[in-house]
Design a protein around this ligand. Structure first.
Ligand code: FES
Length: 920
């Protein structure tokens, strides 16, 4: 039984209408709006005023609703995005402009951004970019890099924004097909779907990096605690209490059984009524902890007497990777110059604004799970094993995803709510707090890298030896992928005939490291691209020209012996940077000369770096399937199961399908991912969706088109149009009609249908890492201009120029958004982001870039068509981040003369390096 309610009445005006409800003493306005008044367009990202996602207007002023106690709103006017877009002219202009600029990617920050922008436009009808930057400085976005948001707000003020093209063909910068829901507050994210009276689950987590634990009397605890229905422990897992993503490395328990292996690991869960759980104090849970010596970090885990995390892996070594060709040692001995160094990188948190949330219930003997995920079919497979059920009894129906960047590939909260629903027989929901999300979900692998690279006097690369150790944390997650992928990529996109790269993934008592944009390649690129600058300097060569000289070209083998006959666009990317490189260098020279003359501490520096990334799984099957159908009424339905996590898959894949079919993209009806109704689009990871699912969409479009053309014996060049229930085929001056009503519908109601699969052609790597790991690579080169304060050690990015070879830009508007967002994450990794368990577990101690950190980005699109990509297109998602951090480090060195070999290069790190170099 719940205790009698202590709720107090409260009344205010909500979006122009009277609202009356109750609230507890100290209840957050955000909670009241969402849970009592069903105003779920108000998003919660941190509950601490750090992210601004919950921004609403109170008497016209923007406030974080999570920081306002509900009684403070009594008698006042509260406005949220959903209300504003219905009537407020500024909000309506913002909604148009945000769509025109694709300023909403995942969309979870969009309500907070737009509400804050409404307040600005009311105060300053035509703000400058600097004014927008300042006004939005308290609202975080992890996807966009802010520049498109700033442009959108400026244009909304002016009342003019780019008009969409009248074609939706491949190459057209159309608006996102799913953009309207995101700018109107209608998008349903993972915490928006459960009814308010659903049972709530909360998790008991280890406060120690390693600890044994004992539970007290759980039955008595449940019986004696008001409103608590049950608890869950490992004993409640009916199937296998393990999950993971790589066969042979399935090692993470849903609940720890005898020992917690990292701070934040789940050991039990409590389920109760929403009212009871709002007041529940986890300190009352009957558990006794026994802290144990922990292996925190790679060195500690490899020490002779280190605790063994997993008995079946000797010495805490999870796995190793190797690629070698030629003879690196001999080549390095014969080199005219060599550069070498040791580099370290830290845990990096994904920092999506939407913490994990999920809702599960039983339906006709099956479990239905709603959550944000990047891999619905993989989730279903894992959930079936955990429950001990047949897969057919598991339905994953994803919600919109408020940012993923790799971490939402793994299961996290889903098994908990599902086990809760099975045990109670009732629907169960859960939402991680920001701290829980940061403590318990995967991170970017911290790395320790040692590299030696040589070159001949003419600037030709001559030998490279690379060794990387990667901290995979307590469980494997995507660690094996990182260990395999890094040696393939550590050369960078350059011609190297003598090469040896070894990687080791090491278990530690840290949070599991997993997938995060680049799978270890951003870490290796920092080392390799930094040493390239040192080699160029030793040779007296220009750093950009040194790279152009060594850039891989079509017909040359990669370090894996793979030869691409076309589509190797790295040289073109680097060459495209030449004008900006010259301008920026000249600007820096003039700036620094003046600074030295005036004895001021600021210096300007310019750095360049390149990167490449193989799209899709490494040497493994990687299929996607796309289904489409035509109904008798003429509607064209696309079953698009490739998760759109903000990057734009819904739009890009529809554009490819429409191009292949030969009908306008706006005639497509999209059915999103749901394991019951969409075939497997594979996981959204490894920059594979445009390439792999895009090809499946192309094949489906072509197959549907062929069926139509055959029906009227028309040629390949025929034009198609749909007029109600008729298809009009125009061919060689003749017009044919197909009356769809005369065709028999199938079980799905389709009179014509296609379902096609694409799997990239790869081959396994041999014992030396030789083979065909990927069917395609994408290429990138970034130029960074930064200002360094020699007195303070602070670094401020001033400008980026980013050249990307995408083969074919399916939608250039979305390309720009991806590039800008990736650069913002690369900037964070380079300068500020470091996850430290127990110390940076929230968004005020863990810093991610804000509007003020992100300078303008000039995006240069290179199109060197890929032989396998749909219409020549290549993936982009990971590539956008890889060159950013090394370009920044090279720019810091250019500005200050100091080389930084660890990230993040925080002011204290830079200042220490400056002091060591003699700057007082
Ligand atoms: Fe801003 Fe995703 S669009 S957080």
């Amino acid at each position: 039984m719940d205790k009698p309610s202590t709720d107090l009445p409260v009344a205010f005006t909500l979006n122009g209408s009277a609202a009356a409800t109750e609230s507890r003493i100290g209840e957050r306005l955000s909670h009241t709006l969402r849970e009592r008044l069903d105003q779920r367009d108000v998003k919660i990202g941190c509950n601490a005023g750090d992210c601004g996602a919950c921004t609403v207007l109170v008497d016209g002023e923007p406030v974080c609703a999570c920081l306002m106690a509900t009684p403070q709103a009594n008698g006042r006017s509260v406005e949220t995005l959903a209300g504003l877009v219905k009537a407020d002219p500024d909000a309506r202009r913002l909604a148009e402009s945000f769509q025109a600029h694709a300023a909403a990617q995942c969309g979870i920050c969009t309500p907070g951004m737009m509400v804050t922008a409404v307040a600005l436009l009311r105060r300053l009808p035509e703000p400058t970019a600097a004014e927008v930057e300042e006004a939005l400085g308290g609202v975080l976005c992890r996807c966009t890099g802010y520049r498109k948001i700033i442009d959108a707000v400026c244009d909304a003020g002016r009342g003019v924004w780019p008009e969409p093209p009248d074609t939706g063909r491949v190459g057209a910068p159309i608006r996102k097909l799913d953009g309207l829901a995101k700018v109107s507050g209608q998008e349903v994210f993972s915490d928006d779907i459960a009814p308010g009276d659903t049972l709530v689950l909360r998790v008991l987590r280890s406060p120690h990096a390693r600890a044994g634990f004992r539970f007290g009397d759980l039955e008595a605890f449940v019986a004696e605690t008001d409103g608590i229905e049950t608890v869950l422990t490992a004993a409640d897992v009916p199937g296998q209490n393990l999950y993971g993503v790589i066969p042979g490395f399935i090692d993470q328990p849903v609940f720890a059984e005898t020992e917690a292996r990292f701070r934040g690991e789940a050991v039990a869960a409590v389920i109760g009524t929403a009212q009871a759980m709002q007041a529940f104090d986890m300190q009352s849970f009957p558990v006794t902890w026994e802290p144990l010596p922990a292996a925190e970090g790679i060195s500690a885990a490899l020490a002779p007497n280190a605790p063994q995390l997993h008995a079946d892996r000797s010495g805490n070594i999870m796995c190793k990777g190797l690629v070698q060709c030629g003879n690196a040692d001999t080549a390095l001995q014969e080199a005219d110059v060599t550069a070498e160094g040791e580099f370290t990188t830290s845990y990096v948190e994904h920092g999506y604004i939407e913490p994990e949330a999920a809702y599960a219930y039983l339906e006709e003997g099956r479990i239905v799970i709603h959550a944000g995920t990047q891999a619905p079919v993989m989730n279903r497979e894992s959930m079936a094993l955990i429950l001990g059920w047949d897969e057919a009894r598991v339905r994953i129906a994803p919600t919109a995803v408020g940012g993923g960047f790799g971490s939402k590939l793994d299961l996290s909260i889903q098994p908990l709510v599902a086990l809760g629903a099975v045990k109670t027989g009732r629907p169960v929901r859960a939402t991680y707090s920001r701290t829980e999300s940061m403590q318990s979900t995967t991170k970017r692998h911290p790395a320790q890298i040692a590299v030696r690279i040589g070159a001949k006097a003419d600037g030709t690369l001559c030998g490279m030896d690379f060794t990387g150790q990667f901290n995979t944390g307590a469980y494997a997650s995507w660690g094996p992928t990182v260990a395999n992928r890094v040696p393939v990529h550590a050369s960078g996109p350059y011609r190297l005939t003598d090469y040896c790269a070894k990687s080791t993934a090491v278990y530690t008592n840290g949070p599991p490291s997993g997938a995060f944009r680049g799978f270890g390649v951003p870490q290796s690129a920092i080392a390799q691209e930094s040493l390239f600058d040192e080699l160029a300097a030793q040779l007296g060569m220009d750093a950009l020209e040194f790279r152009i000289r060594n850039a891989l070209t079509a017909g040359q083998p990669t370090v894996c012996g793979q030869v691409f006959e076309q589509g190797v666009g790295i040289k073109a990317c680097l060459e495209a940077l030449r004008p900006a490189w010259s301008e920026s260098r000249a600007r820096a020279e003039a700036f620094n000369a003046q600074a030295e003359a005036e004895q001021t501490p600021l210096r300007l520096g310019v750095g360049v770096a390149a990167g490449w990334y193989g799209c899709g799984n490494t040497s493994l099957p990687n299929p996607s399937t796309i289904k489409a159908g035509l109904r008798a009424d003429g509607s064209v339905v696309l079953h698009q199961g490739a998760m759109d996590i903000g990057q734009g898959a819904n739009t890009v894949i529809a554009q490819i399908f429409a191009e292949a079919l030969g009908l306008p993209v706006h005639e497509m009806q999209l059915i999103g991912a749901d394991t019951d109704i969409t075939p497997d689009g594979g996981k959204t990871s490894a920059s594979r969706q445009t390439f792999v699912s895009g090809n499946a969409a192309r094949l489906s479009g072509e197959a549907l088109r062929r069926q139509i053309l055959v029906m009227v014996n028309a040629s390949e060049d025929a034009g198609l149009a749909i007029d109600g229930g008729r298809i009009i085929v125009t061919d060689a001056g003749q017009t044919h009609e197909i009356d769809l009503a005369k065709l028999a519908p199938d079980e799905d109601g389709y009179v014509l249908r296609a379902c096609e699969t694409y799997d990239p052609p790869t081959r396994p790597l041999d014992e030396n890492g030789q083979g065909i790991p990927y069917a395609q690579f994408g290429y990138a080169a970034h130029l960074a201009e930064v200002e360094v304060d020699l007195a303070l050690g602070t670094v401020k990015a001033r400008k980026f120029t980013a050249a990307h070879d995408l083969g074919q830009a399916i939608n250039p508007l979305l390309v720009e958004g991806q590039v800008q967002g990736g650069i913002a994450q690369g900037l964070g990794m380079a300068l500020m982001e470091e996850y430290l368990p127990g110390r940076t577990e929230n968004l005020h101690d863990y810093l991610i870039p804000t509007t003020g950190d992100m300078p303008p980005v000039d995006t240069l699109i290179i199109e060197d068509p890929d032989a396998h990509g749909p219409y020549g297109a290549k993936g982009l998602g990971e590539h956008v981040l890889i060159p950013t951090a090394p370009a920044i480090l090279n720019a810091i060195a250019h500005a200050s003369g100091v080389r930084i070999r660890q990230v993040p290069a925080t002011p204290s790190v830079v200042r220490a390096a400056l002091r060591e170099a003699g700057h007082d």
